[in-house]
Structure formats: C-alpha cells, structure tokens
Design a protein around this ligand. Structure first.
Ligand SMILES: Cc1cc2nc3c(=O)[nH]c(=O)nc-3n(C[C@H](O)[C@H](O)[C@H](O)COP(=O)(O)OP(=O)(O)OC[C@H]3O[C@@H](n4cnc5c(N)ncnc54)[C@H](O)[C@@H]3O)c2cc1C
Length: 416
C-alpha cells in the first residue's frame, strides 16, 4: 500500500466508465493512474447518443428479438442487424441472449438493472455538482415518439414495467409533442416522456473533462497499449505491448468492449461481444430542436449537441473487425430527416462505436476470481454513459470495504 488508508489504483481504460471510476476512487484518497492506449474518451464514450436513461432498466433481450432481426434482414432501416458472415462466431453469445428473453428471466434482469439505473441520475448529479462539469448536462428527459397508434400500444407493457419499477413515465399526446418540439414532424402522434432522464451535450468532452479532473487532482494519465496482467506478491503489474510495465496496489479493468481477454487472464470467462452502433453528425442549428428526440419505431435518437446535431442508433452484430457499413449513415440521415424535416443536411462526420454487450444486459462489476486486487467495471452495453457514475461509486465502495448499495452478486463476473 502507498500509505495508510490509501492505495495506488490503476484504472485501465479512460472511457466514461474508467474516468468516472477514477474520480470516485480519488475522492476516497487513493493515488490514481488512468491508463489508455489512446486519448481519453475515444472509445464508445466518444460517440454515444448522450442519454442518461432512467428508462435503461429494460434488458435488450426482449422475447423474439432475434427472430424479428432475422425477419428484417433485408430491411436496411432495421434497428438490429446481424451480418450473416459473422454469425458463426457470435452464435454462443446469441444463444445466451435468446435465453434471457424468457419472461421470468427477463423480469429478473430488469429488476437487477433497475438497482443501477434508479441510482444513475443521483450519482451523476453528485459527480457533476461543480459548474465546470454541470455544464455538460441538459435537463430534458427522454421523449419517445411514434407515428402509429398500433406500434405505440405495443410498447405500453414495456413502459408500464418502467413505471412499476419507479420511473416517471408520462404519456404525451400529439398536442403535447407540438408544444415540446415544434420542429418534429406532424406525423408523430403518440409518445412517452421520461421526465427524470437527462442528456449529455458532448459525451466526448464530458469524458475528457472527467479525465482532466483526475489529473488536476494529482492523478496521472499514462499511455499504454496494455496486454498482460500479473498478480505480484503485494499488488498487480500491467505490461504493455512495448514491454513497459506499471505496478499498482490494485487494478480496475474498464476497457469496455475490449475487456474479454483481460478478464480471462484473471480467471473470468465473460460472454462479452461488441454491439456495434453508428452516428452521423450534421452541421448547423436550423432544426431548432429544444432537446433530444427519439424515433421509437426506428430506435434512433436525434440529439442537439455542442458539436452539431447527432443522429445515433442501430445495433449491428458483426464482430470487432468488420469494416463500417457506410449505408447505415445514409439510413440514419434519412430517418432523422423524416422525424425532423428541417434538420440540416450537411454531413460532418460518420462514426462507428463498440458497445460492450453482455447477454443479460447487466454490466460486470466485481472482484476478479484470481485476486481481489483486480476489479471489473465493464460490459455496460447500451447504457454505459448512464451507469458510469454509479459504477464508479460501487467500485470505490468495494475498494474501501464499504457495503455497496446494490446486491453485487447480480453483477458478478462468475454468474455466467
Ligand atoms: C451509437 C451508440 C449510442 C449509444 N447511446 C448511449 C446513450 O444514449 N446512453 C448511454 O448510457 N449509453 C449509450 N451508449 C453506450 C455507451 O456509449 C457505452 O456503454 C459506454 O461508452 C462504455 O464506456 P466504457 O468506458 O466502458 O468503454 P469505452 O468508452 O469504449 O472505453 C474503453 C477504453 O478502453 C481503452 N482500451 C481498450 N483496450 C485497451 C488496451 N489494451 N490498453 C489500453 N487501453 C485500452 C479504449 O481505448 C477506450 O478508451 C451508446 C453506444 C453507441 C455505440
């Protein structure tokens, strides 16, 4: 140990989860080294849609979702796409995922997720109470929009479940939608509003800012393409691709979709797979959106951000290395224009990111089987931005020996 009561903790991965975890640990007096092979916030945390979802407590594995994806395999607007060439490598993951769709299993996963999502907004508020961090957050909730009454009604049980789990869910009429967002198409006739959610005006800038706070508070940022974890006599050693080493009392693995091999090195076989997602950035502010809106039928978000308007969404199963499909960007643009007709049409950039997907939609938070000196904080799937601050608090509790506010067995790396 570095000194009484404080340890040197290395946090591997400077995405939003790693940066928020580093800050929480630093608040407890630990010495922090934040490690990444890249600049902070260049992974999935760079390009997400920015929602802090109070409604993120619904697992992805709804019954029949894979069958639906198969039916839509030739529909380029489908929200979930499986690229068939990559199917054999993903089959074990998909089998586990399908099993999570059984009603009782699905409900258990929703309750587990809710233990985290219900704490997400308070945890972010605690982490961003200073004005420099607060400025990245917008107070608007999640506005889900539908054209078709039938499709809206088909989601009623899902939103009722959210409500039963304690989320503030309001049904909104066509008039409410006009009042809230005059820029949205008049075809949007039905909606749900989750009033307590928030959004982040630049996920990339927020992550960079959190990492900068770690450094300003005396932490260190180290560039390393990490490869090997070794448990030493009194701590942990990390070795990089070029042979550099780093010693610490503890190590937190927060490498998002790239965590599988690290987990395996310390005794955990975690079914982690990338759930690829896309965004496009549009220049200008002509759309006059007051806040983010969601096309709930196509499952895309249109979000006014500091950098322009972001259109984000889609889940594509095609592994880590397949080239981005540029057609997805065109589809996002087309769908966004249908939802917000006056949206600017100057395409600034396209992006593909890797969500760290676990079949039960629950993140992996806990101690490694090999040693309690190595902790896991990854696998947050579609809600990693939402859960980053609460994950940081839980990891800090574990290191301090405090009782975390949630049942950690629900997120254990040995649950699979
Ligand atoms: C299109 C899209 C939309 C999304 N929308 C939302 C949303 O609205 N709300 C929400 O809550 N979530 C959303 N998400 C999910 C969210 O972005 C992720 O869950 C979250 O960013 C994961 O954060 P992370 O820190 O775990 O991973 P990452 O941000 O990927 O960070 C992992 C870091 O580890 C580093 N790393 C990896 N391997 C190594 C190595 N060997 N050595 C050193 N460093 C390494 C990487 O460089 C990276 O910086 C979305 C995702 C996508 C793709």
């Amino acid at each position: 140990m570095s000194e009484a009561g404080s340890e040197h903790v290395a946090v591997l991965g400077a995405g939003v989860v790693g940066a928020a975890t580093a800050l929480a640990l630093q608040k407890d007096g630990h010495t922090i080294t934040l490690i990444d092979r890249d600049e902070p916030g260049m992974g999935a945390s760079f390009g997400n849609a920015g929602f802090i979802h109070t409604g993120g407590n619904i697992p992805l594995a709804a019954q029949g979702i894979v069958r639906a994806a198969m039916k839509m395999m030739f529909d380029e607007e489908a929200p979930l796409v499986i690229r068939w060439r990559y199917l054999p490598g993903m089959l074990p993951w998909i089998r586990r995922f399908v099993k999570r769709g059984k009603p009782d299993v699905f409900m258990a996963d929703a309750h587990a997720l809710n233990a985290l999502t219900s704490r997400a907004v308070p945890a972010w508020k605690a982490l961003s109470s200073d004005s420099q961090t607060e400025r990245f957050f917008g107070a608007r909730g999640e506005l889900y929009l539908f054209r078709s009454r039938e499709k809206f009604e088909a989601t009623r049980s899902e939103f009722d479940l959210r409500r039963n789990l304690g989320v503030d869910v309001q049904e909104v009429s066509a008039d409410d939608i006009r009042q809230m967002e005059p820029a949205v198409t008049r075809e949007a006739q039905h909606g749900w509003y989750l009033a307590d959610s928030m959004y982040v005006k630049s996920p990339h800038q927020l992550t960079r800012h959190l990492a900068a706070r770690v450094i300003a508070n005396g932490g260190r940022l180290q560039k390393m393409d990490a490869r090997q974890i070794s448990i030493t006599g009194n701590g942990v050693q990390l070795t990089g691709a070029n042979g550099d080493t780093l010693d610490a009392d503890r190590l937190v693995i927060a490498t998002g979709a790239h965590s599988k091999s690290f987990a395996r090195q310390v005794g955990a076989r975690v079914p982690l797979h990338t759930l690829r997602g896309y965004h496009v950035m549009l220049a200008g502010d002509a759309a006059d959106l007051k806040g983010p809106v969601i096309d709930a039928e196509k499952k895309i978000g249109v979000v006014p951000m500091n950098e322009g308007i972001r259109v984000a969404g889609m889940i594509e199963m095609a592994g880590e290395h397949a080239k981005p499909n540029d057609k997805r960007a065109d589809v996002l643009l087309r769908l966004a224009r249908r939802l917000v007709p006056e949206i600017p049409d100057r395409l600034e950039s396209r992006w593909l990111g890797h969500r760290p997907g676990i079949p039960d939609s629950r993140p992996v938070i806990g101690k490694s089987p090999a040693s309690d000196r190595v902790l896991f904080a990854f696998g947050h799937g579609t809600i990693g931005l939402t859960l980053a601050a609460v994950t940081g608090q839980i990891v800090a509790d574990m290191v301090a020996g405090r009782e975390p506010p949630v049942d950690l067995s629900l997120f254990s790396p040995t649950r699979f």
